[in-house]
Structure formats: structure tokens, C-alpha cells
Design a protein around this ligand. Sequence first.
Ligand SMILES: *Cc1c(COP(=O)(O)O)cnc(C)c1O
Length: 381
Amino acid sequence: MNAQPMRARAEIDLAAYRSNIRALRARAPRSELMAVVKADAYGHGMLPCARAAREAGATWLGTATPEEALALRAAGDTGRVLCWLWTPGGPWREAVEADLDVSVSGLWALREAVAAARACGRTARVQLKIDTGLGRSGCQPHDWPELTTAARAAEAEGVIAVTGVWSHFACADEPGHPSIAAQQSVYREALAGAERAGLRPEVRHIANSAALLTLPESHYDLVRAGIATYGVSPSPEVGHPADFGLRGVMTLAARLAGVKRVPGGHGVSYGHRYTTPAETTLALVPVGYADGIPRHASGSGPVLVGGKWRTVAGRVAMDQFVVDLNGDHAEAGEEVVLFGPGDGGEPTAEDWAHAAGTIGYEIVTRIGARVPRVHRADGPA
Ligand SMILES: *Cc1c(COP(=O)(O)O)cnc(C)c1O
């Protein structure tokens, strides 16, 4: 693909991504699937993933910001797209003109959507969000009658169409958490309230990946799947991706920048947090925290080198880290794998999350712009 071998690359297996989307659709057979492609598709590259998601039957795409959704339109996507992270003065008019579905959590946002629709003489597609307990965005149940009534009035004028009523879970990745049932109950009441206000939304949705995988009664008309489409588990409690027929989409590989023998007692990397216990071989891996390798994985992050798992020795630096090969031989230029789907014996994003004390979401999403994404579209479509 590239004439010159790369220092590092994130290989994106679009065949696995499509296959994951099909597997997830099969788990929610009566619902449509929204592929969530915010944050550059969790670091996997938004536009190639969006195209692949459509090919695999995602009738909806979801983004956080309106700018992300507008970028999908600019790239030619014409399907349904919901974006939910709005601030006052946002690109409401552009969103209405681009036929995006926009999320509204309060009266100020409804007013901006209505004003934008009037200004361009079109009907804004609005999805009302209820805070069922996450405590983030969403309308408080106390304010729901006022919001739904105002939305219905604007709908009756033809200025907006209320296309959805939706919410988001706080603890779906901890199956059995009491907040899950509590949120579902608030959600059912919000749906009933919207109906009393005269609204007939096209889609009701509350399920993220974890709820899609573990809570069928939460599927409603639409499921919003992010992390699971990338073949990464929402949490250890939910299970391993393979348990659900999902496969890791991103493989992060690098080529060794050097290998050398050093004596015992040699300090390694900033702060000398590692000292070689005996004469050994050190290999230099040319990616660091500027590339998204968590510094919290210093002394713990796993790497497959020559068929064996090795551990980051000492601190992860901005551009590089070291692994101790325990005296084994390796060559500069040799490929090492930080994480991938795991079936070649390599660590997974979940392994890095465990090593860094974080979640798989953060591992894949934070891979830096300096790491080229190489999209492989081959394999069974
Ligand atoms: C990111 C996000 C999702 C996707 O969540 P996953 O856990 O990655 O499936 C769904 N809904 C909203 C509102 C989100 O912000």
C-alpha cells in the first residue's frame, strides 16, 4: 500500500466492522441500528467507517457534534443522521438545511431549532431527549411536560417534526445495576407523557452497545451502537467481544526502531522506573503518549514481539517506549503488535485498558493523528 514501511500504523479491518454491524443487527432484529461514528469513529476514521456501516445495513448514523454530522453530509452521506451535542449558537440552520436529526434537551435548544427552520423555510427534524437518570444532557422529568407541549405546538405549525424521543443509560455496562430498571421506568413515563402531549415519534431509543448486548427489552425502535461495532467490549462485566461474535477492528502495529544489548543494572527511560535485572536485550518501540499510548501503562502495557508478550519497561515517553526482551533476539524494523483482535496471540484493546486502568473506548479513541489509519476493505463484504 505504502512504498515505505511505516513507523507505526493503525490497520482498520472494515470487513470485521461490517460483520460486527450485521451481528449486532441480528441481536436486535426488530430495531433499526444506528452506527455511532463520533470522535472519528472512535479513532477508526469516520468516513470509511460511515460508508461501511451503511453497506452493512446501518439505517442511522450518530455523532456527538453537528460538525461531525455535517462532515458526513459533505462526504455524500444522504441517510438519517442524528447529532446530539449542541451549544447555544451552534450550526442549527446548516443542520436543518442538511436534513440532520437534531437532539433537543431544553427550551433554549427548541427555540434555536425553530428559529433555524423558520429562517430557511424548512421543517427541522427534532428528537427530544429525556434525562432518565444519567445526569448529563436531557430534559429533567419535571420540565418534560413543558418541553413536549412546546414541541408539539411547533410541530402543529409545521416548523419542526418530532422524529424521536430518546435517552441514555448511566450503568448499562454493569448488568443488573439498579439504575438500569429505574431509568427504563422513567423512560416509559416520558414516552407516555410525549404521547399525551400529542407527539408520535418515529423512533424511541435508549440502548447503547451494552444495553444492546445485555438488555433486549431496551431495544425499542432503534439501538445506538458505538464501541461494540468496533469489536471492543463496553466492560469486562458485559463480556468478551467474541462471546457476541464480534471482532476487534483496529490493529495497532509499530516497527522496532532499535534493539540492543545492555548490562544488568541499566536504568530504562525517564525516571529510571525500570532497571534491567541482568544483562538483556532492549527493544525500542517508536510510539508514545503523543500517539495515544497511555502513560498510565508505563510498566504494564503489553506488546507482542516475536510471538511473545512483553511489557513496557519503565515509562512511556512522548514518542517511544522500551520493552525488555529478556535476552531474546529481535531486529530493528521488525513488526510488533500492541493490540488487535487477539487471534494472532496479540494483546487486545481490553488488555491495554486493564494495564492503564481505563476502558477500551479510551484506548482506541485516543490513538493520535500521527498514526496513519490504513483501511482494509477486503474480506467478505
Ligand atoms: C457515544 C454514545 C453512544 C454509543 O455508546 P457505546 O457505549 O459506544 O455503544 C450512544 N448514545 C450516546 C448518546 C452516546 O453519546
